[in-house]
Design a protein. Structure first.
Length: 305
């Protein structure tokens, strides 16, 4: 077991000043030597500059980076390029870390893991409706009933780079980690994680690395969940279709068949009046697999271009 590793916390942000302020206040007490925070402002006019200025002035470990080229891929890649830490710890600008967040990931970094993923629990702006509560929790949570360090590689499709740590050299090398083809549609993180899995990476669970994800009312509607489920269905096939491995690409027709079956099952349930709202959302996941080539982003960064 090695000495404490250096960590660069990379926070891509786009017009979320209030959330960024809460996030930064939560990080300040956790900073130590060897830990830096890079706020990567992806707004063309640098809207986060004033929000971050006070933290940069008061804390030596805080840095502001402006990446005007629109899209979360450019923001994340800029953060990785500027980071000086042995590990990159990504935090989304709508996530607020718990008080022992850095310490939890530091423990796994000390064990020389290749990549680690923390817990995510939602904090809703409004009270969720009864009919959507389960679907919302599934959409905005990351929960596994496993101990610290458990191998999550079999669950890689359920993971993303928000609240996740990567060994910079072993995961990214000297290249550009995130693929610009996903810049405005989303899914660049899933593509990266699939690439790491193909290379034999072990993805570790960090349950003590807890963040709250702030969920605005606009995301708590059935329409948003339908659009997101459709995009996730597309992504399942897009990742395989863009893989350099033939063994991945030949799975696309199989997943299209799965999508057709899902549409049939959930379509019948809707016609029978069973859990119509939830099954309509699930139906969109099947439709997305069938229409995987028709990209339609639902994330905030899709509006940056």
């Amino acid at each position: 077991m090695k000495s404490l590793a250096s960590i660069s916390i990379v926070v891509p942000t786009y017009r979320r000043a209030d959330m960024l302020t809460e996030l930064s206040h939560a990080l300040v007490p956790q900073l130590r030597d060897g830990v830096e925070v890079l706020i990567v402002d992806n707004c063309p006019d640098g809207s986060a500059r004033d929000t971050v200025a006070g933290f940069v002035a008061d804390h030596a470990h805080f840095y502001y980076l402006h990446e005007p080229k629109s899209g979360v891929v450019h923001a994340r890649n800029a953060g990785v390029a500027a980071a000086r830490g042995e590990y990159i710890l990504f935090l989304d600008d709508d996530e607020v870390p718990s008080k022992n967040w850095v310490a939890a990931f530091s423990k796994l970094a000390k064990q020389d893991v290749m990549a680690a993923f923390g817990r995510i629990v939602p904090r809703y702006e409004d009270e969720p409706s009864i009919e959507l509560h389960t679907m919302l929790n599934r959409c905005f949570s990351r929960e596994f009933d496993h101990p610290m360090g458990h191998d999550l590689t079999p669950n890689f499709v359920d993971l993303g780079t928000g609240n996740a740590m990567f060994h910079k050299k072993r995961c990214f090398g000297n290249g550009v980690p995130f693929d610009a083809r996903f810049n405005h549609s989303g899914g660049e993180d899933t593509h990266l994680i699939k690439t790491l899995v193909n290379r034999g990476a072990v993805l570790s669970w960090c349950p003590a690395g807890l963040v709250e994800e702030l969920v605005p009312a606009a995301r708590m509607r059935a329409q948003y969940l339908r659009e997101r489920r459709f995009a996730q269905g597309q992504l399942r096939c897009q990742i395989l279709a863009r893989s350099p491995r033939i063994s991945d690409r030949i799975k696309v027709p199989i997943w299209m068949g799965v999508g057709a079956l899902q549409m049939a099952i959930y379509g019948i349930k809707m016609m029978l009046g069973k859990d119509v709202v939830a099954n309509r959302i699930r139906y969109q996941g099947g439709l997305g697999k069938l229409m995987w080539w028709h990209s339609k982003g639902v994330g905030e960064y899709a509006n940056a271009g």
